[in-house]
Design a protein around this ligand. Structure first.
Ligand code: ADP
Ligand code: MG
Length: 372
């Protein structure tokens, strides 16, 4: 097992900065999620660690030894590609054995280790099938995982491993990958654009935006106290409202006003409201302990099964999202209600300028994105 250290890691493609000066440490035995929107540089980061992409600048250290000049097969890192990249003309067992052949392992050892890896992912019975024609998406995913693990890697890299699976399978594989990772104690870097996946699986979540690492927290801290406006927005289920401070109150756009307390940052630029912790009531029903109250108009109600998403506006074109159980009756669009919340629904942020909002946009289509 090993720890990974990225020092000033950078990748440029002409004018495009895919990854900008990234410093990060991934501790031994932990699962770290690299979270961010499409095009923010996640795959490029992962491929530099694996050795498929040469960094423009910076260093990669695995267990204290510099590895960024080594070819991929000498790094002893397991990689699960986003599309699995299985060989269609090889059986499941042959796919898994591939890395061992490359490492010139003899037949008896190879067979034993392939058997163990397939047992690990619950595929022992399917060793002789052809993966792309004769296996489901979930089973192909397991083959890719077995192929990455069979080399007994120092580290495991997973590029959006669940994105091709349907919802049920996704949560099943999510739990299974996490269990396997913990059982093997293998240091893992996991790329995803799905915030829920990151929060559910990871020991730490690193948020990327426009090639930069902007936040590195454990899931609960990230979710309760995101430090950047970008992270708060990207986590979803929150409304992020800009505004300014007047007379010890935060006056958000749209007219929402919240008194600032000693716990709050001195000069916040944004108010963050957590959708699932907001309440809608008739004005008389708001407790005096409420952190704020505001008259709002219901815009739209969307039924999501267990919860309903109620979009309301305090005015000024501002929209605030409320999630509430569908056991409550849906308010009709146009209804005026009072939006209120306890302290735990409310957070303030100071825009730090860490996000390169005005810089060149590495995700712009004219840069010629090759989907990975
Ligand atoms: P993600 O995995 O987060 O979606 P990528 O790492 O694939 O993002 O891409 C980051 C940026 O680098 C994108 O703007 C993409 O267009 C660019 N990029 C990636 N690979 C190449 C390449 N081979 N040539 C030119 N630009 C690339
Ligand atoms: Mg990618």
């Amino acid at each position: 097992m090993a720890y990974l250290d990225l020092r000033g890691l950078e990748k440029r493609y002409d004018a495009t900065v895919a990854v900008a000066h990234m410093d990060a440490c991934i501790e031994e035995g932990t699962l770290v999620a690299l979270l961010g929107p499409s095009g923010c540089g996640k795959t490029t980061t992962l491929r530099m660690v694996a050795g498929f992409v040469t960094p423009t600048a910076g260093e990669i250290h695995l267990d204290g030894a510099r590895i960024d000049r080594l070819p991929p097969y000498r790094r002893n890192i397991g990689f699960v590609f986003q599309n699995y990249a299985l060989f269609p003309h090889l059986t499941v067992a042959e796919n898994v054995a591939f890395g061992l052949r490359m490492r010139r392992l003899g037949r008896p050892d190879r067979d034993r280790r392939v058997g163990e890896a397939l047992a690990l992912v619950g595929l022992a019975a399917l060793a002789d099938r052809y993966p792309t024609r004769q296996l489901s998406g979930g089973q192909q995913q397991r083959v890719a995982l077995a192929r990455a693990l069979v080399i007994e890697p120092d580290m495991l890299l997973l590029d959006e491993p669940l994105s091709n699976l349907d919802a049920g399978l996704r949560s099943e594989m999510r739990d299974e990958i996490r269990r396997l990772q913990q059982r093997l104690g293998i240091t893992t870097l996991f790329v995803t654009h799905d915030q829920q996946e990151a929060l559910a699986m990871a020991d730490r979540v690193m948020v990327m935006s426009h090639g930069r690492l902007i936040e590195d927290s454990d899931p609960r801290t990230l979710s309760e106290h995101p430090r950047h406006v970008f992270s708060a927005g990207f986590l979803g289920a929150r409304s992020v409202l800009p505004g300014s401070v007047r007379n010890a109150r935060f006056e958000a756009m749209g007219g929402l006003s919240v008194a600032l307390g000693p716990e709050d940052p001195p000069d916040p630029s944004h108010l963050v409201l957590r959708a699932a912790r907001l309440q809608l009531a008739d004005d008389g029903d708001v407790p005096s302990s409420a952190r704020f109250r505001a008259r709002v108009t219901v815009r739209m109600v969307t039924y999501l099964g267990d919860v309903a998403q109620v979009d309301v506006t305090p005015g000024g074109g501002i929209s605030i999202r409320v999630l509430r159980p569908t056991t409550l009756p849906d308010p009709a669009p146009g209804t005026e209600l009072t939006l209120w919340a306890d302290d735990n629904a409310v957070a303030f942020l100071k825009e730090t300028g860490a996000e390169p909002r005005h810089g060149p946009d590495p995700t712009s289509p004219e840069q010629g994105h090759q989907p990975a």
